[in-house]
Ligand binder design. Structure first.
Ligand code: PSU
Ligand code: MN
Length: 330
């Protein structure tokens, strides 16, 4: 059984003065009962994105990975809340059937902030990106969100202005995003600069300040801050929340050492895929999924394997952070 989530921001309250419009708005959000119960009991919850399911990985690995990640979060004593839009309704927490539907869907859209009004108005379904997921997680009151990698400034972004909405979302939504850094399909230096401009606190997780590049533990760039463990990460989140900053936080967790070995080989494939995308004239929201698929083909699945390994690791780390945070917020 799902419960409807009451909308609470000033704008929604304003709309609620008209009862017919309120009914429409209330039907836009659904928090799964397991998530609602955990939040009501002040138990730790971790939000998970779903573009990785609909556009980031091929079937059936997308489905098995989504289920494994949820199971790993539960094994850490934390409730998973996978976010997606289903038939025009934003869902925070999915049932198994809903996960199956999303993983098999050939029509699910990739839903960022700018796509939300359209998918809602048309009653469509889609996987939420980091930006889309942050919006829903924040409205539901979930401060920790785990993903693989976030979007960033694309290579040549200074000309194309292809800058992921994930970065501006991090600048305006107070959520801690746990990721393996930024893929080297992107311009990592400019991505970090843009995050600074947006007021996003960036910290690496572990013993290094070297900002990780998804498949590699190092990008050649340094993060401004570093936290050693879940306790320090939770303290950082408390700092963000208690100051009432409306900006978010990026925690960059390097890929585990034993899976980082393929990084060099994948780097070569990325160069080829980026050039192919340019030759084929692929732009906008189609760039990231195209490159991810080509890199997986060119490395004969090795990139997919590494991708899954780092998501598992992030899920574990993010769950530990959510637990440490919930102890501080009791
Ligand atoms: N990076 C990945 N896998 C992904 C994505 C990024 O390794 O699936 C997805 C995330 O959902 C991210 C989105 O929020 O791509 C960014 O897309 P764009 O570059 O179009 O903003
Ligand atoms: Mn883009």
């Amino acid at each position: 059984m799902n419960v409807l989530w009451k909308l609470s921001t000033p704008l929604w309250r304003h709309i609620s003065t008209s009862s017919s419009r309120l009914k429409k708005c209330e039907r836009l959000f659904k928090v799964h009962s397991s998530v609602a119960e955990a939040l009501a009991g002040q138990q730790p919850v971790v939000a998970l994105e779903s573009t990785i399911i609909t556009h980031g990985m091929p079937y059936p690995r997308n489905l098995s990975t989504a289920k494994e990640v949820e199971a790993m979060v539960r094994a850490e004593g934390v409730t998973p809340a996978t976010v997606a839009v289903l038939e025009g309704m934003v869902h925070v927490g999915l049932s198994e059937d809903e996960l199956d539907f999303l993983a098999c869907s050939k029509t699910a859209l990739k839903v960022s902030r700018r796509d939300l009004p359209y998918v809602i108005s048309k009653g469509l379904s889609g996987g939420t990106t980091v930006s889309g997921t942050m919006i829903a997680a924040h409205r539901a009151g979930i401060p920790v969100f785990v993903t693989g990698g976030i979007g960033g400034v694309h290579r040549d972004g200074e000309n194309s202005l292809d800058v992921s909405a994930d970065l501006s979302e991090l600048g305006r939504t107070p959520i801690a995003v746990v990721s393996a850094g930024v893929k080297s399909i992107l311009d990592i230096g400019r991505t970090l600069e843009f995050l600074e401009t947006q007021g996003v606190c960036v910290a690496t997780y572990g013993e290094t300040k070297s900002f990780p590049a998804f498949f590699s533990r190092e990008s050649g760039f340094t993060a401004p801050y570093n936290v050693l463990n879940a306790e320090e990460a939770a303290d950082l989140i408390v700092g963000m929340l208690s100051l009432g900053l409306q900006s978010g936080l990026l925690l960059a967790v390097p890929i585990p050492v034993k899976h980082a070995a393929v990084g060099q080989q994948i780097e070569g494939a990325i160069q080829i895929a980026v050039a192919e995308a340019r030759q084929k004239g692929i732009t906008g929201k189609y760039v990231t999924p195209f490159i991810l698929q080509r890199v997986s083909e060119l490395t004969e699945g090795q990139s997919l394997q590494a991708n899954i390994a780092l998501i598992h690791n992030n899920a574990k780390v993010g769950s530990q952070i959510a637990r440490a945070l919930s102890e501080r917020l009791q």
